[in-house]
Design a protein around this ligand. Structure first.
Ligand code: NAP
Length: 246
């Protein structure tokens, strides 16, 4: 086991990459908080990884809402005595070419992906500072480097990289590491609406020409969450089959 009862919070963990992260951290010895905007998927995920429910907590939480984040942390404090690991995974897309993008599309993606990361991180940092230990892992995207039709999403994912590096500089002296993972093309519901011709184009640019799986991201998260990475902070790790090689 890599972890010994560490408490890990994973946002957007009802399905997709977040569910795989929650499962793997649990299997490696963590107690798990499964947060998702959709309560039923959070409950289903927690139930599937921990049927007895002793080492997990499923909560509905919209990370973009200060109030629901505050309520979630009250429930977390009732069940668990500490927080060791935060994975800011919840993220959405609302794609459009920039000249057609509405303020609503821009704002909602900023609110969930970037402000959600701010709110969740703000809630755990005091706990981690007091404990003098913590691991924060942000899930960005290769789209942070620009992607047609994703000005809003790319801005948030690039923002997460800047936030990660700044927090790493500020929090290192409290023994808190902050790192960011950039998934490439990962087979989840998020890609359902992307036409196959576009996916084929992406695959042709990847030295490892397969779709990534949620477990590929979960493996990288477990590394950053564990003591194996205790001297690594402020690092960007693309997990993308070589998509970002220039
Ligand atoms: P996904 O399958 O769409 O799952 C995202 C989960 O987050 C869903 O359960 C969703 O709930 C939940 N969620 C949405 N808005 C939320 C909110 N405001 N508060 C809390 N939870 C919320 O996406 P995924 O592919 O697993 O992506 C996970 C992360 O990886 C995202 O940050 C994404 O940007 C990033 N990423 C994914 C890929 C990829 O190829 N899949 C590539 C690069 C980066 P609902 O289903 O109810 O909306």
């Amino acid at each position: 086991m890599r972890f010994h009862d560490d408490v890990a919070i994973v946002t957007g963990a009802g399905r997709g990459i977040g569910a795989a992260i929650a499962r793997q951290l649990f299997l490696e010895g963590c107690r798990i908080v499964v947060l998702d905007i959709d309560e039923s998927s959070a409950l289903a995920c927690a139930q599937s990884i921990d049927p007895a429910g002793h080492r997990s907590l499923a909560l509905s939480c919209d990370v973009s809402s200060k109030d629901t984040v505050a309520r979630a942390f009250l429930r977390i404090a009732e069940k668990f005595d500490t927080v060791d690991i935060l994975v800011n995974n919840a993220g959405i897309t609302q794609d459009a070419m920039f000249h057609k993008m509405t303020l609503e599309q821009w704002q909602r993606v900023i609110d969930v992906n970037l402000t959600g990361t701010f709110l969740m991180t703000s809630a755990v940092v005091p706990l981690m500072r007091e404990k003098k230990h913590g691991r924060i892992i942000n899930i960005s995207s290769t789209s942070a480097y620009g992607n047609v039709g994703q000005a809003n999403y790319a801005a948030t994912k690039a923002g997460m990289i800047g936030l990660t590096k700044t927090l790493a500089k500020e929090l290192g002296r409290h023994n808190i590491t902050v790192n960011v993972i950039e998934p490439g093309v990962i087979e989840t519901g998020m890609l359902k609406t992307v036409p196959q011709s576009i996916k084929d184009g992406w695959l042709s640019m990847m030295p490892i020409a397969r779709m990534g799986q949620p477990e590929d991201i979960a493996n990288a998260v477990c590394f950053f969450a564990s003591n194996e990475s205790s001297f690594i902070t402020g690092v960007e790790l693309p997990v993308c089959g070589g998509f970002l090689i220039v």
